[in-house]
Write a protein that binds this ligand. Structure first.
Ligand code: NZQ
Ligand code: ZN
Length: 386
C-alpha cells in the first residue's frame, strides 16, 4: 500500500424530510446566497422546503448555473457577493451547481489577481467562503469532495481545481428529490460514479485489498441498483443506493493507498468542451479504448475486476481481462449510453489531434497511474474511440 493522508470534513445528512435541519446548520447571523441552476428545484419542491427551513435567515438568490458550469456565470455571482456582503453560500442541485459554488467561494476571496488563474495556472486557493450543499442528482461526488470543474466560454476550456478550503461544510443528500430526474441523467449518474471508481481502481495491484474491495463493492452495487434507478427514478430505495454509491466513489476513501489514473476524465473533459457531450457519456466513450490501449499495464486489475465484479471465472488472465472490458461496454449500453464518439457527432475527424495538441500546450505530458501516458498515446486512444 502507498502512503496516504485522508481527511474529509463534510457532514452528510441523508434521506427524507431532512431539510428542516438546514436552520441548525447555518448560523442565524449569516447572509446567505442560495445558488441554483435552471429551475429543477422549483418543480420538485426542494426550493420551497429550503425557503421554509430558512425563513428566519437572510437569503439572497442566484440562479442560472448551467450544466458544465461557466466561469462567466460564476463571476456574476461573485459580483453579487461583494455587493450584498454575502458570507455563506448554499448550493442546491447537481454537480454543476456545487462545482460552481466551490469556484465562486474561492473567487470571492481571491486576492492574488484574476480568479481564472485558479483554474488555468492552478494558483493556490488560500481562502474560500463557507458553503453547504443540497444534492438532487447522484453522479459527481462533488457533495463530499473539494474538487470542481469549470468551463470558460471564451476559450472553450474545461479545467479543474481543488483545495482544502473548498469542501462543503455539510451536504444534504436527497434521493427523493432525484425522482424528478430525466432518465438519461440517471444513466449519466451511474456511469460517472462507475468511472470515478474505475479511475482509482483500474490501475495495477498495490497490495491494498481493503480499498480494492471498497471499490468493487461500489461497482457491484451500481450494477445491481443503477438499472433499477434508471428504469424508475422514483424508486426511492434504488435511488438512495445510487446516491450513496456516487458519494462514496469520490470522497477520497477509495483513493487511499492506491495508484490512480484519471486520464479518462482528462480526455473526456475535452469532448465536453468541444462537442457539449454530457460528462458521463464522454467517459463511456473514452474508457473502453483506454483500457484496450493500456491493456498490458492494466490486465491484472482488469482480470481481478472481471472475476470479482462480473463473475467471469473462465479463461486465461488475458481472456478474463478482455471479457471484463466487454462487460463494461455492455453495461453502459444497457443504460442506453453509447460508447463511440461517432454516435454523438458527425464532426469527429481531427478530434484526437486537437486533444493531443491541447495537452501538449498545457504541458500535460505524463499521465496515468505510471505517469507514462503521453499526448501521442492520448491521440491514439481518442482515435480508437471514434
Ligand atoms: O439546472 P437544473 O434546473 O437544476 O437542472 C439540472 C441540469 O439540467 C438537472 N437536475 C438536477 N437535479 C434534478 C434535475 N432535473 C430534475 N430533477 C432533479 N432532481 O440535471 C441537469 C444536469 O445537472 P448537472 O449538475 O450538470 O449534472 P451532474 O451532477 O452530472 O454534474 C456534471 C458536472 O460535474 C462535473 C462535470 O464535469 C460536469 O461539469 N464533475 C465534477 C466532479 C467533482 N466536483 O468532483 C467530478 C466529476 O468527474 C465531474 O467532472
Ligand atoms: Zn466524472
Amino acid at each position: 500500500m502507498n502512503n496516504f493522508e485522508f481527511s474529509n470534513p463534510v457532514k452528510i445528512i441523508f434521506g427524507k424530510g431532512q431539510l428542516v435541519k438546514l436552520t441548525k446548520n447555518i448560523p442565524l447571523d449569516k447572509n446567505i446566497l442560495l445558488i441554483y441552476g435552471g429551475g429543477s428545484i422549483l418543480k420538485n419542491g426542494v426550493y420551497d422546503s429550503i425557503k421554509e427551513a430558512l425563513k428566519n435567515h437572510n437569503v439572497h438568490e442566484f440562479s442560472g448555473i448551467e450544466p458544465n458550469p461557466r466561469y462567466e456565470t460564476a463571476m456574476k455571482a461573485v459580483d453579487i457577493i461583494k455587493l450584498q456582503k454575502i458570507d455563506f453560500l448554499l448550493a442546491v442541485g447537481g454537480g454543476s451547481v456545487i462545482d460552481a459554488t466551490k469556484f465562486i467561494a474561492a473567487a470571492a476571496l481571491y486576492a492574488q489577481g484574476d480568479p481564472w488563474d485558479i483554474l488555468s495556472k492552478r494558483s493556490p486557493v488560500k481562502a474560500a467562503l463557507p458553503f453547504g450543499a443540497v444534492l438532487t442528482l447522484p453522479a459527481t461526488g462533488s457533495e463530499m469532495n473539494s474538487g470542481s470543474v469549470i468551463e470558460r466560454n471564451s476559450t472553450n476550456e474545461k479545467l479543474a481545481f481543488g483545495s482544502p478550503h473548498t469542501f462543503p461544510q455539510f451536504s444534504f443528500l436527497l434521493p427523493e428529490a432525484a425522482a424528478t430526474l430525466p432518465k438519461h441523467q440517471v444513466a449519466n449518474g451511474v456511469v460517472d460514479a462507475f468511472m470515478h471508481t474505475m479511475e482509482q481502481y483500474m490501475t495495477y495491484p498495490a497490495n491494498a485489498p481493503l480499498v480494492d474491495r471498497f471499490a468493487e463493492s461500489i461497482l457491484q452495487t451500481l450494477i445491481e441498483e443503477g438499472p433499477k434507478a434508471y428504469e424508475n427514478p422514483a424508486n426511492y430505495d434504488a435511488m438512495s443506493n445510487l446516491m450513496w454509491c456516487a458519494t462514496m466513489a469520490l470522497n477520497g476513501l477509495i483513493g487511499c493507498g492506491v495508484p490512480q489514473d484519471w486520464a479518462v476524465h482528462m480526455m473526456g473533459h475535452e469532448l465536453t468542451s468541444q462537442f457539449g457531450i454530457d460528462h458521463a457519456r464522454t467517459l463511456a466513450i473514452i474508457a473502453p479504448s483506454h483500457y484496450r490501449y493500456n491493456f498490458e499495464n492494466k490486465k491484472q486489475k482488469l482480470a481481478q475486476y472481471g472475476e470479482r465484479v462480473w463473475g467471469i471465472s473462465n479463461g486465461t488472465m488475458e481472456e478474463k481481462a478482455q471479457n471484463a472490458i466487454e462487460a463494461t461496454v455492455n453495461f453502459f449500453h444497457s443504460l442506453d449510453v453509447n460508447t463511440k464518439l461517432s454516435k454523438y457527432t458527425d464532426n469527429y475527424e481531427g478530434t484526437a489531434q486537437n486533444v493531443a495538441k491541447r495537452f501538449n500546450e498545457r504541458g500535460w505530458v505524463k499521465m496515468g497511474e505510471r505517469q507514462s501516458l503521453t499526448p501521442a498515446d492520448v491521440e491514439k486512444i481518442v482515435e480508437m474511440s471514434y
